[in-house]
Ligand binder design. Structure first.
Ligand code: PLP
Length: 220
């Protein structure tokens, strides 16, 4: 995706937001994934009451956060692969992290968050189906790491995040989302970050509490 590529006119953006709000079940919140789209689109949605935005590249997000510094604070979520050497600025600039995919990363984040006096909400990213393009805990790895993860103050593990591999049938995606929901329930985690533009309806039906929607909102 090109940075600041084509994006919809403001009226269409407002209509899409309204349509999404009308269709999302009450337990599901909208994370507007603004990666690749300009700060002006974020500003337009913020004026309509959308306050939670997802970004996946630190440099791009930093630029937009500076461009939007005149607004009341927005609720920024980091959803991209989190490189260890970016942990500190990511913690400073994002209150919620969706992509904590290893115990080593969680330990590093906890140490730096403590130094910074921050207590970020974190989603543990899980990979419950084979997928060469994604990272994440397997169910077995997560269960094994869970006692330790719960002790990693000041991190606040609130839920699980997952992405469906490309090419799954709708029924297979529903099975994956149901498995992720069951695992979260088992661990006592209340939140689920599941569902993107192409599969958010299935994820919401499976109990997702955050759908991460980019192109269906901003795309041309
Ligand atoms: C880009 C991205 C999204 C949004 O994808 P769309 O298909 O454009 O809705 C959601 N989650 C993650 C982790 C992403 O990187």
């Amino acid at each position: 995706m090109t940075l600041f590529g084509g994006s919809v006119p403001a009226a269409a953006l407002a209509q899409r937001l309204q349509d999404l709000r009308a269709e999302l079940p009450p337990h599901t919140r909208l994370l507007a994934v603004s990666k690749g789209y300009p700060a002006e689109q974020i500003r337009a949605l913020a004026a309509l009451g959308q306050s939670s935005f997802g970004e996946s590249r630190l440099q791009e997000a930093t630029l937009k956060q500076q461009q939007l510094a005149d607004l009341p604070p927005l609720d920024w979520h980091f959803i991209g692969r989190l490189q260890a050497n970016k942990a500190r600025p990511v913690l400073r600039q994002f209150g919620t992290l969706h992509s904590v995919d290893s115990l080593a990363l969680a330990e590093r984040l906890a140490r730096i968050a403590a130094e910074e006096g921050l207590s970020p909400a974190v989603f543990l990213q899980v990979k419950l189906r084979p997928d060469a393009n994604k990272t994440g805990f397997s169910a077995a790895e997560l269960r094994q790491a869970w006692p330790r993860l719960q002790q990693l103050q000041p991190l606040r593990p609130i839920g699980l995040m997952t992405m469906a591999p490309l090419g799954l049938e709708a029924g297979e995606r529903r099975g994956l989302f149901a498995d992720c929901a069951a695992l979260a329930r088992d661990l006592g985690l209340p939140e689920l970050s599941m569902g993107m533009s192409g599969d958010w309806r299935e994820a919401a039906a499976a109990g997702s509490t955050w759908v991460r929607i980019g192109s269906a909102l901003f795309g041309t």
